[in-house]
Design a protein. Sequence first.
Length: 214
Amino acid sequence: MKKIITISREYGSGGHTIGKLTAEKLNIPFYDKEIIDQAAQESGLSVDFISKNEQNISSSWLYTLLLGASYSSPSGGNKIGINTQLPNPPLADQVFNAQRKVITELALKGPCVIVGRCADYILRNSDSIDRKDILNVFIYAPLEDKIKRAIEEKNLDPGVAEKTVKQIDKRRANHYNTFTERTWGNRTHYDLLINSSLLGMEGTASLIAEIYKK
C-alpha cells in the first residue's frame, strides 16, 4: 500500500476539502496549514509572513531587495546599504527549504495526506522516501465551477472571483515552476489527475482512497 498522498490543486477545485476527506476515509493524518506553522519555527520567519507570501515570491535576489533585509533574519537587524552584504539565502529559498524539511519529516512519520507546497516534487526527489510509497494527485476543475465554488466557499465577490481564481492559479504555477524546474499540472508528474466536478468532493475523495488502498 502506498503510504503518502500528495494533493496538488487548482484554486477553487476543492483540493483542500478533498484531501481532508481522503485522510478521514483512510484514517491517516492530514497536513496543509500545519506545514506553515512548522516551517515558521524552522525558518524563524513569522507564520503570518509565510502564509501571505509563500506563493507570491520566487527564488530571486530582487524580491529580497524589494521586501527589505529585515525580513530575512529573526532579529530583523539587517538593513541593505551600499556596504552591507545581501542576506543569504534569499527569503524565498528560506521558506521553501523550511517547508521541504517539514514535509519530508512528516512523510517519514508514516502514512498521511499532504496538500500543496511542491510536496510531490520534494518527496519524489528525497533520498529518504521510496517513490513507490507516494501517490501524487492533481485536482482540477472547469473555470466556471472554480469561480462558483470560490464565491460560495471563499465568500469572494462575484465581480472579482474570476480574476482571483486565475491570479492564484498563476501564482501557484509560477511558484512550482520556479522551485522544481518542472511544469505545474503536467500530467507526467502525477499518478492521477481528477476533475473534481465529475464526482464532487465526497466522490473524488472516495476514488482517491480506493486507488490508495489498491
